[in-house]
Design a protein. Structure first.
Length: 325
């Protein structure tokens, strides 16, 4: 019955009857349906059709978990660790992940097993990181070899498989989605509800190597390039943005492809990262303006497929729920 009610709510939303849809789902939630509780949580996280209220969403997720909803449990774990709607609490997130693993096994158990193989402390921070190699000074480009394990790379690459789509951008004239004029690849963003504890541990590792606060990082963008696809020369800085992208971190998630190097046009430096390697480079000059020396391209892939993850690091901590990108 609840599934039919949620389908009916979707039809009401499509018809513009938002209040009726909300009332229907709230009724099902009060009756103890976990799917309805999770739906309300998602609506309040997204801010549509309900106003955004991350704290209220967390309460609905907690009730959904108590009602036996596995997906809600994984979402709650992610938000607990990152501090969405409350103070970040890695220890509580680990306990909740362990509880989900004991209750359902499956995905939660796989996440717990991967965490157990990561060299992290009780706060999810790395116990050690490799020393970087300096590849260039204008911009400052550094390479960490083998920063991620093969298993961690696979976890990150597959975290948004169902979201991968051709890179698009909004046409400023028509308002329609059109093919991205610069990024010729498939892409997906790993949003806050998908940031598993292994992913958040990787984010903490990147904060450690770049000497930044983990809260400065944008969600991971996962990029998938097939033969012939590329990322034309561009800057990572954003127009008219105060909290600018100060640094870019690239993670190379696979091997076995030809071409696809990261090329810095001003210095003629090309980086061909290996499996698990990380490259970080600065995007700003000391005065905070865009450093045009950081202009770079993802060269065309000649054979095979290339998987990468990008994490843009802002100058200051940012609210990922109201991100400007």
């Amino acid at each position: 019955m609840a599934t039919r009610a949620l389908d009916h709510a979707d039809r009401l939303l499509d018809a513009g009857q938002c209040n009726e849809a909300i009332a229907l789902v709230q009724t099902e939630a009060r009756r103890g349906d976990g799917d309805a509780m999770q739906r309300l949580a998602i609506w309040q996280l997204v801010g549509d059709p309900l106003p955004r209220d991350v704290s209220a969403a967390r309460k609905w997720l907690r009730q959904a978990v108590e009602a036996g909803h596995e997906d809600a449990a994984l979402m709650e774990v992610a938000l607990t660790a990152s501090g969405a709607g409350a103070a970040p609490d890695w220890a509580l997130a680990r306990r909740r992940l362990d509880a989900a693993a004991a209750r359902w096994g499956g995905t939660a158990q796989a996440h717990a097993d991967l965490l157990a193989r990561m060299n992290i402390d009780e706060d999810g921070m790395p116990r050690s990181v490799p020393a970087p190699e300096t590849l260039g000074q204008t911009p400052h480009v550094r390479l960490w070899r083998g920063l991620l394990s093969q298993e961690e790379c696979a976890h990150l690459a597959t975290s948004a498989l169902d979201l991968l789509a051709p890179s698009m951008v909004v046409d400023p004239h028509s308002g329609r989605q059109i093919a991205h004029p610069v990024r010729r690849s498939s892409a997906a963003v790993v949003g806050p509800t998908r940031e598993t504890l292994p992913i958040q541990a990787i984010q903490r590792r990147l904060a450690a190597i770049t000497d930044t606060d983990v809260r400065q990082g944008e969600p991971f963008a996962i990029l998938h390039y097939k033969p012939g696809q590329e990322y034309l020369p561009h800057l990572d800085t954003l127009p008219h943005e105060r909290n600018q992208r100060a640094m870019t971190v690239l993670l190379y998630l696979n091997e076995g492809y030809a071409g696809g190097g990261t090329h810095f046009t001003a210095s003629n430096l090309t980086v061909a990262g290996g499996l698990g390697d990380a490259v970080a480079f600065s995007n700003l000059r000391p005065d905070g303006t865009a450093d045009f020396g950081s202009r770079h391209a993802g060269l065309p892939v000649q054979a095979g497929v290339k998987w990468m993850a990008t994490r843009w690091i802002r100058r200051d901590p940012l609210n990922v729920w109201a991100i400007s990108s």
